[in-house]
Design a protein around this ligand. Structure first.
Ligand SMILES: NC(=O)c1ccc[n+]([C@@H]2O[C@H](COP(=O)([O-])OP(=O)(O)OC[C@H]3O[C@@H](n4cnc5c(N)ncnc54)[C@H](O)[C@@H]3O)[C@@H](O)[C@H]2O)c1
Length: 255
């Protein structure tokens, strides 16, 4: 990754930070983004404590003007972005009958529209320089559904198809667009359904062939693969890093 500029959105902690750290440890110049300045300041310290110089940018990935201004600023300072990971995302767990359509739109905007805005802007320069790597962070909800996540499932399912579409359109420019679909990971996003004796915690451990929640570091291998030359002939795929959940219907709890 030496000589490559890598931008990871929402990479102030959790999965984004783990993937971004893998790229930086492999030699990439790390750029990251978030919508929250405090998180950026803390993350800059956390990266430094791990021996990584990371450059944080404060902007909302759904704001096309801000995206354009910040990507231009990055390009002026460091040169073109070679690797983009669209990681920033939110989830709202609300039963569909109670979901405010405005909230539904918000999830779609952040989880589906923003990867399009980011990818389109970055790909304009990738096309000029002869290629690049874009990785969209999908989910098992790109394939399976669960109660109370109508907007998230719609967004992540759409993101899988957007990944295929952009791969189809941009392969001729040597731009690889692929996805990573994390299973259930121990992060802040899953804290409400993982800790405090929540029954979902036991359900996930029993339902996952690997018998545990994912550790953010489990995503680092797929990240390096999809960001590197090793994946130059891989286009429009989603690699599910899920401890085997998608491979099985599970087993009865008394077996
Ligand atoms: N945690 C899991 O188990 C899991 C499983 C599957 C997929 N994912 C996906 O992985 C990605 C990261 O997950 P996480 O658990 O680390 O999430 P997280 O909520 O802990 O972190 C996401 C970050 O994105 C930032 N963000 C939100 N909206 C933004 C915006 N408009 N502009 C810029 N930044 C914004 C947030 O401030 C936050 O720091 C998300 O796309 C999520 O949907 C997570």
């Amino acid at each position: 990754m030496s000589g490559k500029n890598a931008l990871v959105t929402g990479a102030t902690h959790g999965l984004g930070m783990a993937m971004a750290s893998a790229l930086a440890k492999s030699g990439a110049n790390l750029l990251f983004n978030d919508i929250d300045q405090q998180k950026i300041d803390q993350a800059t310290k956390d990266y430094a404590a791990n021996g990584i110089t990371a450059h944080g940018y404060l902007f909302d990935v759904t704001d096309q003007k801000a995206v354009d201004e910040n990507i231009s600023a990055i390009e002026n300072t460091f040169g073109p972005i070679h690797i983009l990971i669209n990681n920033a995302g939110i989830i709202m767990r609300v039963p569909a009958l109670e979901m405010d359509p405005q909230d539904f739109r918000k999830v779609i905007d952040i989880d589906l529209v923003s990867p399009f805005i980011m990818s389109q802007r970055v790909a304009k320069t990738m096309k000029e320089i002869g290629g690049g790597k874009i990785i969209n962070i999908c989910s098992m909800m790109s394939e399976l559904d669960r109660d109370s996540v109508s907007a998230y499932a719609a967004a992540k399912g759409g993101l899988k198809m957007l990944t295929r579409n952009l791969a189809t359109e941009w392969a001729k420019y040597n731009i690889n667009v692929n996805g990573i679909g994390p299973g259930y990971f121990a992060t802040a996003q899953t804290a409400p359904i993982r800790i405090g004796g929540h029954p979902f915690n036991e359900f996930i451990i029993n339902r996952t062939p690997a018998g545990r929640w994912g550790d953010p570091e489990d995503l680092q291998g797929a990240t390096i693969f999809l960001a590197s030359k090793a994946s130059d002939f891989v286009n429009g795929q989603v690699i599910y890093v899920d401890g085997g959940i998608l491979a099985t219907i599970g087993k009865p709890s008394n077996e």
